[in-house]
Design a protein around this ligand. Structure first.
Ligand SMILES: Nc1ncnc2c1ncn2[C@@H]1O[C@H](COP(=O)(O)OP(=O)(O)OP(=O)(O)O)[C@@H](O)[C@H]1O
Ligand SMILES: [Mg+2]
Length: 516
């Protein structure tokens, strides 16, 4: 018989709302392996791991750790037995320093954390030990997601995690950050740690894991040795069938200009010039893709377009009107759809119902009002249609948004922003955290909007997505466009990569064509 480090046997979990998130699931870990846990949105991956981490009690089933039955009634107990988890949505205190976050909740007496100096010293020590570089004194809010994630991993390791659960660690990372994370994981594996890796990205799963467990609709489907399966086979196991995710691309019917960005420069509060003389226009009927490594000015550009920041230099107009004169509700009324990068902070209200979240961008338009009151019948009908169209897995439209799985939350945001026939769609990482099937639904929707004349500005770190959807592609590097491709047929990821890393550059004349 195999000697497993951990076995989860016949685990079932029924949530209070009656959803069966796990149905008789079995899962095991061998010491020192990287084990990928995969499956569609809502398949029950996070739930299974929350059970292992003591955050949710199983309805039935047993957990055997090193041959001994265990039952955790809190995360604290799981931690004390060497289990650590980094969640799909980070749980750091943004206003704290890195060191403060790392020691947060650790028993002060045990390690003698009396002051910040000691916390910083400890942080540096473990950062060195695990070869995960972080700046102990930096304020967490100011750090890129890749670094926040390292803090979360260090937090778990500092508490003695031998089994480390990473719930979609790469969903928010750039390709470069992902490669770095993989080096770090291999290093941890060498030190004897066991890792559970949840992801929707099949090439990554193939690259990093030793074994793969597949779940579907709350059930265990199969467990395979990674080297014995191809990427296509992994995809088939996840979807339960062979899936064609190609997009029929009709010739673009270019319409009038919807977004104009004219010589926009922006200097942030640290006096860093984050946007440099950016000019481009987005026409109706096309997808304008912006490719680039995150942190090259994309966030600032989106903030200017959505009025979260005020213009300093240059001009931006939407439908011919300067954004300087537009309020956020004005922009909404212009049939402007916006899928934000950070769904947890900007996209949703977790305490509200799915219905409320589906219409929260349309209170201003009175579309769902009758006699000054909300027309709940209409809202329910609208929400139910969207739930069907986007295949959102939930118990019903009145359920709490917070009870949805990560990918299903993303689908609600996309449904809300795309379902009112927007004339302009600003889509930032629109398929982050969604499974292959849902990504395909979202891609088809974006193309449908384009075919109906919508101007789509797509900002994505996922190059295969940019290449698949875009009619034209600009590459952003250090706050400016360094390339503009008017045709995308002969382009590939490698070629784009050269521009994204600043190794090659188009002529000024060619880049200027982005503004035509
Ligand atoms: N706290 C909760 N209360 C009620 N239902 C929940 C809760 N958390 C999750 N669920 C439901 O349990 C099911 C499984 O969710 P889970 O988060 O485990 O999926 P997942 O496999 O992690 O999906 P994703 O890839 O989208 O993150 C979903 O139908 C979800 O709506
Ligand atoms: Mg999940």
């Amino acid at each position: 018989m195999e000697n497993y480090l951990l076995e989860m046997k016949n685990i079932s979990k029924i949530y209070g709302n009656g959803i069966i998130a796990n149905d008789n699931v079995s899962f095991n870990l061998k010491k020192g392996e990287i084990h990928a846990l995969v499956g569609e949105n809502g398949a029950g991956k996070s739930t299974l791991m929350k059970i292992l981490f003591g955050m949710e009690p199983p309805s039935s089933g047993e957990i055997i750790l090193k041959g001994e039955p265990v039952r955790f009634s809190s995360s604290k107990e799981a931690i004390s037995r060497g289990i650590g988890m980094v969640h799909q949505h980070f749980m750091l205190v943004d206003s704290f320093s890195v060191a403060q976050n790392i020691i947060l909740g650790m028993e002060p007496k045990k390690r003698g954390f009396v002051n910040e100096t000691e916390a910083v010293r400890f942080t540096r020590e473990i950062s060195k030990k695990y070869n995960l570089e972080v700046e102990a004194e930096a304020i967490t809010r100011t750090l890129p997601v890749g670094v926040k994630q390292k803090i979360e991993i260090l937090k778990a390791l500092a508490r003695g995690a031998q089994i480390l659960i990473l719930d979609e660690p790469t969903a928010v990372l750039t390709p470069q950050e992902t490669n770095q994370l993989f080096d770090e994981l291999i290093n941890l594996k060498k030190q004897g740690h066991t890792i559970v890796f949840i992801s929707h990205k099949i090439p990554e799963i193939k690259k990093i894991s030793d074994r793969i467990t597949v779940m579907r609709a709350g059930r265990f489907v199969s467990c395979a040795q990674t080297e014995e399966v191809t990427e296509q086979e992994i995809s088939n196991m996840i979807m339960g069938c062979e899936m064609d995710t190609s997009i029929d691309r009709m010739p673009a019917k270019v319409k009038e200009v919807k977004i104009t960005v004219d010589q926009v420069s922006y200097t942030d509060k640290n006096k860093v010039s984050v946007l440099k003389n950016l000019s481009f226009s987005v026409h109706g009927g096309i997808v304008f893709g912006i490719a680039g490594v995150q942190g090259n000015g994309q966030v600032e550009l989106v903030d200017l377009l959505t009025r979260k920041r005020s213009l300093q230099e240059g001009e931006i107009s939407l439908n011919g009107a300067s954004v300087r004169k537009l309020s956020v509700p004005d922009i909404r009324k212009m049939q402007f759809g916006y899928v934000p990068e950070d769904r947890m902070n900007q996209g949703i209200a977790a305490q509200e119902s799915i219905e409320e979240n589906m219409i929260s961008n349309r209170y201003e338009t009175k579309e769902f009002c009758r006699g000054g009151l909300l027309d709940y019948k209409k809202i329910t009908r609208f929400a139910t249609e969207n739930i069907a169209e986007y295949e959102i897995r939930c118990a019903g439209s009145t359920g709490n948004m917070g009870t949805l799985s990560g990918g299903n939350m993303q689908k609600v945001v996309v449904a809300r922003e795309c379902s009112h026939e927007p004339e302009v769609l600003l889509a930032e990482q629109p398929t982050r955290g969604v499974d292959v099937g849902a990504a395909h639904i979202i891609h088809k929707k974006i193309m449908e909007l384009r075919d109906n004349g919508c101007a789509v500005l797509l900002i994505s770190a996922d190059l295969s997505e940019v290449l698949k959807l875009s009619d034209v592609i600009a590459v952003m590097y250090e706050g400016e466009f360094v390339a503009f491709f008017e045709h995308t047929e002969d382009l590939n990821e490698e070629k784009l990569g050269l521009y994204m890393l600043g190794l090659e550059r188009h002529s000024e004349e060619q880049i200027g064509r982005a503004a035509l």
